[in-house]
Ligand binder design. Structure first.
Ligand SMILES: Nc1ncnc2c1ncn2[C@@H]1O[C@H](COP(=O)(O)OP(=O)(O)OP(=O)(O)O)[C@@H](O)[C@H]1O
Length: 275
């Protein structure tokens, strides 16, 4: 049995004056796709940033591939694609990939491999500023996949994509895991839960479930993950779930939505630590 890819114990994170997490813990197994799901503002990005080692104000233990999160030894082994596409607008897709391939020391040919992986071969010679939002996101994803990292951390990679593209990306995630990579994929679209091997469900900085899709549905007696999430919330509070949220759990904490600003040009190295 392999060591888990990620071990988190007693994680507490403060951002500004507020505590986002106050002592959560879990394990993420290797070679699987773990979905990090929960409403907007629940702490998904903060947790991903903590795992990647770019979040300030972190207490507790986070081990990634056997080393403390953020260790220099993890630089080429862990990839992180933020919500903001972190690529150069005035370069073509291919130029971006070739540039970042040199930065991370990826083998020659890796630029072409990752362009193909994310389905951008036809756009390879287009400048990034001439691409759609979804295509730009996929350029960022291709950069993250350079050098075949062992752990791939993706913050809402399917947001804003049409259903066909979403399905294609999930096929790619499954393929990467089948080839041995560990993926952590955040989403506030509960339907995506069913595509994961494991699920971490967050709400207001609390880990409300650490489970599998099958167990989530079985334990809540529901047939869709959105209803399951609401059933968990309801059981925690001993009350019926809010029918408003039943329409769209992402509305639960919309007031605290706070998009991440654009980060460092290289997703692999993420951003400087901030609040
Ligand atoms: N730079 C910051 N400074 C202070 N508080 C922040 C900062 N960024 C986020 N927060 C707060 O931390 C909490 C968790 O935010 P986070 O971005 O991790 O949530 P999320 O689940 O990723 O949300 P979304 O799905 O909208 O991206 C929220 O209450 C948010 O307002």
């Amino acid at each position: 049995m392999h060591e888990p890819a990620v071990v988190v114990d007693g994680l507490a994170v403060r951002r500004g004056r507020a505590a986002v997490f106050d002592g959560i813990g879990f394990r993420i197994p290797r070679g699987e796709v773990t979905g990090l799901l929960g409403p907007s503002g629940c702490g998904k990005t903060t947790l991903l940033r903590s795992i990647v080692g770019v979040q300030a104000g972190v207490r507790g233990r986070i081990e990634v591939l056997g080393s403390p999160a953020g260790s220099p030894a993890l630089r080429t082994r862990v990839a992180y694609a933020t919500q903001a596409a972190s690529v150069y607008d005035d370069l073509t897709v291919r130029q971006n990939l070739r540039f970042f391939a040199r930065v991370v020391g990826a083998p020659s040919g890796d630029a072409e491999r990752t362009i193909e992986l994310v389905g951008l071969t036809a756009q390879a010679d287009r400048r990034v500023d001439a691409l759609s939002g979804g295509q730009r996101g996929r350029v960022s994803l291709a950069v993250a996949l350079l050098g075949s990292p062992e752990l791939v951390v993706l913050d809402e990679p399917t947001v804003g994509l049409d259903p066909v593209l979403r399905a294609e990306l999930w096929t790619l995630f499954r393929r990467l895991a089948a080839d041995g990579a560990t993926l952590i994929v955040s989403s506030h679209v509960m339907d995506e839960a069913l595509r994961c091997d494991r699920l971490l469900l967050l709400r207001d900085g609390q880990l409300v479930a650490d489970t599998t899709p099958a167990d989530l549905l079985a334990s809540t007696g529901t047939t869709d993950p959105e209803a399951a999430f609401l059933a968990i919330i309801a059981s925690e509070h001993g009350s019926a779930a809010d029918p408003e949220q039943a329409q769209d759990p992402s509305r639960a904490s919309e007031a605290s939505q706070d998009p991440q600003p654009s980060r460092a040009p290289h997703p692999r190295h993420g951003a400087e630590a901030d609040a």
